[in-house]
Design a binder for this molecule. Structure first.
Ligand code: NDP
Length: 253
């Protein structure tokens, strides 16, 4: 299936760590480096390290690093406008960037956090999709890969805001898939459970003690476990869409 990925242009949001980082690595691996990756995130220095790592391993790989803040709609517009011509025809968009929120009761969550969570996980994700779709609809091909969550399938106490954003992602994704049924554009949602990334630290504002407790007594997913499924979906034959994949750690309730 490597030939199906060959020379494709893949744009990954939030590629600087965790699942996004692993998805970039998996695309490189599954295509034997015959691929073009646009890596976006705010921490550009982390993207640089990833680029270095991949370029050393795969001599033909082509990588463009770009500062990207998906919580800012105006910035998203200029991000797309400033893509060099040879990078503009994005074949696969991976909407992975996401913001976690600490487990707080509704009354304790600041308006700022609520806005940032929705801007990043919902509004920015939609805007990125709209931009990518312009070219995909003209060429009548492409894949939109959504990193959802089991928090978009089930709620948990004090997950009100984060769960709302992932339920919204799921609804947007399923509606978009229906809208595009007459086209060759595939819409894929990968919804992971507990995955060991920096997410827990972000959730608890850098509190390492609290964040390490998230994984206590469990064997969480590795970001690569999630990335493999995302890349597998993109390397299926054109007539096959793996529309939704819920992937959990075996021992997660
Ligand atoms: P990480 O915290 O390791 O990665 C999050 C990524 O998103 C980072 O690369 C970060 O980059 C990027 N990001 C955050 N905000 C923005 C922004 N405004 N603009 C651009 N990039 C942004 O966590 P994960 O890898 O775990 O998270 C990736 C996705 O997986 C998220 O959508 C999350 O909801 C989802 N998920 C995670 C689960 C888990 O248990 N870890 C479970 C289910 C789903 P930077 O800070 O450099 O901008």
């Amino acid at each position: 299936s490597a030939f199906r990925l060959k020379n494709k242009i893949i744009l990954i949001t939030g590629a600087s760590s965790g699942i996004g980082f692993a998805i970039a690595e998996q695309f490189a691996k599954q295509s034997d480096g015959e691929i073009k990756l646009i890596l976006g995130a705010r921490r550009v220095e982390k993207l640089d390290l990833l680029k270095e790592k991949l370029v050393q391993k795969y001599k033909n790989i082509d990588i463009l690093i770009k500062f990207l803040d998906v919580s800012n709609s105006e910035h998203i517009d200029s991000f797309w406008e400033s893509l060099p011509d040879r990078w503009a025809d994005v074949d696969i968009l991976v909407n992975n960037a996401g913001k976690a929120l600490g487990q707080n009761f509704v009354g304790e969550i600041s308006e700022e956090d609520i806005n940032e969570c929705f801007q990043t996980n919902v509004v920015g994700m939609i805007s990125m999709t709209q931009h990518a779709l312009k070219g995909m609809q003209m060429r009548n091909k492409g894949d939109i890969v959504q990193v959802g969550s089991i928090a978009g399938r089930e709620t948990y106490p004090s997950g009100s805001i984060y769960c709302s954003t992932k339920f919204a992602l799921n609804a947007f994704t399923s509606s978009l898939r229906k809208e595009l049924t007459a086209t060759k554009i595939r819409v894929i949602e990968v919804a992971p459970g507990n995955t060991k990334t920096e997410f827990a630290q972000v959730r608890f504002g850098g509190d390492l003690e609290k964040s390490s407790k998230v994984y206590e007594g469990t064997v969480p997913l590795d970001p690569t476990d999630v990335a493999e499924i995302a890349v597998f979906a993109c390397s299926r034959p054109e007539n096959v869409v793996l529309s939704e994949a819920v992937i959990m750690a075996t021992n997660q309730a």
